[in-house]
Design a protein around this ligand. Structure first.
Ligand SMILES: Nc1ncnc2c1ncn2[C@@H]1O[C@H](COP(=O)(O)OP(=O)(O)OP(=O)(O)O)[C@@H](O)[C@H]1O
Ligand SMILES: [Mg+2]
Length: 538
């Protein structure tokens, strides 16, 4: 289908082209820039263009590809680094330099690479839709191949295969291939969804102990400038106990992402010993890249994440930051001259975010496997104001709220998670799990820690009024232990050996501090001197 450009506004163009459908993928202008139809109206179709529209002219040609924006799914995603449109950045850089040339098209998966294929079916066997017919060894993960059509297998490959050739032929001529395309805005289907029951261990003591996350759950990390969002997202990407990580650098600094890539090439996953790069798919749409592709980047990422979930894996999607995605949405909405909602964001911001969060979960897949997709998204509210629309919309949809506190960051208390304001809706269920798997005292110790931190806060207020001398010995003891909890337990330096802690180590550390406190409290009540006790406790 062909037509032409009749108008240009920011990252959007109006097209005169009959027969276009919503979300059709288009190539616009002489440079053949990527675009996607986002509105159909009497004045023509409007497409958002994923590359800079500078230099584009009215009257230039446009063509429709007649299909929506898709992600290519298959072996080779692990370890890949893509832009928001799934163009492989290292390959692009090797061929054309550090910038993606407008309109350049690149295959997302290497069609030449040979994979060792292990068939699960023989010629003559029946295969059903969504049934596994074989697998590929992909970087330490058994990559399952599902049939997308039913039939009887006529021929089946053995040994090495590539994505360029069919893996199997069915009687009647249809073929099965190891890669497929999936429209990024359509959630991949599942059979049943469950509520999360197992923890998503992050390796961060403050999270795993006080605000535990769940596999299949969602969490947001809102925090003002410099509060440690990126460092925390990256620490979780390194240490989380999952099979696959999809990391989206969304509108943030490119150098941070580059450093992360370097580091991930050498570090290993503490749970399995696999190189971190080999369990991670990176999507980079950093601040120096076109803004509209950022809008698509989170959908490209979640589609790849769902694909591994469908193979029965635990997948974690991290995005830094979802606010930059919301800003891209606002820019596009403004170009469409839509009625603006709060602070200029489109009125559908909250519903878009809610449906994005809804793609997380623990599911029974169509192939009968159990897989999970968890999400942890950072939020950068301007001026640290949590009442702004993006934070509020995320708050309503996410299961855990880990608030990064500017005051804590200033005191260099990292991760700067505020222990009074943050919460996790998975708290009870996960404490139950840790109680069974790690130590029956888990929930009680946690309550004790929270009580001590609350008492410290009250005592600090009292001390401000009456002076520290006005406090009782027991109060001093509480202040002492609470300070130790903050400094030795809640603080965790991401750049030191302690950056990662298993739940068992986390509990051991908490138990050590809290038991010392309980013993000291007892001895104090028996008349021993506070100074002696404090001296012993360090
Ligand atoms: N867990 C941590 N351990 C040690 N240092 C940390 C930790 N978290 C943050 N920091 C320190 O705080 C600095 C700022 O962190 P970071 O870049 O993650 O903040 P941010 O919230 O992403 O900032 P921005 O709003 O600019 O994106 C880091 O460079 C580091 O020095
Ligand atoms: Mg950051």
């Amino acid at each position: 289908m062909e037509g032409k450009i009749t108008g240009i506004a920011g990252p959007t163009v109006t097209l005169a082209m009959p027969g276009l459908k919503m979300y059709d993928r288009v190539l616009v202008g002489a440079a053949r820039l990527f675009g996607e139809v986002i509105r159909l109206g009497p004045e023509g179709a409007v497409a958002q263009v994923y590359e800079s529209t500078r230099g584009l002219g009215v009257g230039e040609p446009a063509i429709s590809l007649g299909k929506p924006l898709t992600a290519r799914l298959g072996p080779g995603l692990l370890g890949a680094i893509y832009d928001g449109l799934q163009r492989p950045l290292p390959e692009v850089a090797a061929a054309t330099g550090p910038f993606v040339l407008p309109g350049s098209q690149w295959p997302a998966l290497d069609a030449e690479r040979a994979w060792t294929f292990v068939p699960l079916k023989q010629p003559g066997d029946k295969v059903a839709v969504d049934e596994v017919y074989g697998s590929i060894e992909e970087d330490g993960i058994r990559h399952l191949l599902f049939a997308d059509q039913a039939g009887v297998i006529a021929t089946m490959a053995r040994g090495p295969i590539t994505l360029a050739q069919p893996v199997a032929a069915l009687t009647g001529g249809a073929t099965l291939v190891a890669a497929q395309d999936w429209p990024i805005r359509t959630p991949r289907p599942w059979r049943r969804k469950f509520s999360p029951t197992t923890p998503l261990v992050t390796g961060q003591r403050v999270i795993d102990f006080l605000f535990p996350l769940a596999r299949g759950g969602t969490a947001i990390l809102p925090g003002g400038f410099g509060t440690g969002k990126t460092v925390l997202e990256q620490a979780i990407a390194k240490f989380a106990e999952v099979d696959v990580v999809v990391y989206v650098g969304c509108g943030e600094r490119g150098n941070e992402m580059a450093e992360m890539l370097e580091e991930f090439a050498t570090l290993t996953d503490p749970w399995t010993g696999r190189t971190l790069r080999r369990r991670t798919v990176m999507v980079a749409n950093t601040s120096n890249m076109p803004v509209a592709a950022r809008e698509a980047s989170i959908y490209t990422a979640v589609t790849m994440a769902e694909y591994y979930r469908d193979q029965g894996y635990h997948v974690l999607l991290l995005a830094d930051s979802i606010s930059r995605w919301a800003e891209a949405l606002r820019e596009i909405s403004a170009a469409l001259e839509e009625m603006p909602g709060e602070e200029g964001y489109p009125t559908y911001l909250a519903s878009r975010l809610a449906s994005f969060f809804a793609r997380a979960g623990v599911v029974e897949t169509l192939g009968g496997k159990i897989g999970s997709l968890s999400m942890i998204l950072s939020v950068s509210p301007p001026g640290g104001d949590l009442t702004e629309p993006t934070t509020q919309a995320c708050l309503r949809a996410a299961g855990a709220f880990l608030m990064l506190d500017t005051a804590l960051a200033h005191r260099r208390h990292f991760p700067a998670i505020n222990w009074f304001q943050s919460y996790s809706l998975y708290d009870q269920a996960m404490a139950g799990y840790f109680g069974k798997e790690i130590d029956p005292a888990w929930a009680a110790l946690k309550r004790q820690a929270q009580t001590l931190l609350q008492r410290e806060e009250k005592l600090r207020e009292v001390a401000e009024i009456v002076g520290a001398e006005g406090l009782q010995d027991l109060d001093h003891l509480v202040m002492h232990t609470a300070a130790r909890l903050r400094q030795e337990f809640l603080c965790q330096n991401s750049f030191a050996a302690e950056a990662f802690s298993t739940p068992a180590l986390t509990l051991k550390k908490a138990a050590m501090l809290l038991t010392q406190h309980t013993v000291a409290e007892e001895r104090l009540s028996r008349g021993e001197f506070l100074t002696d006790l404090l001296r012993e406790m360090v």
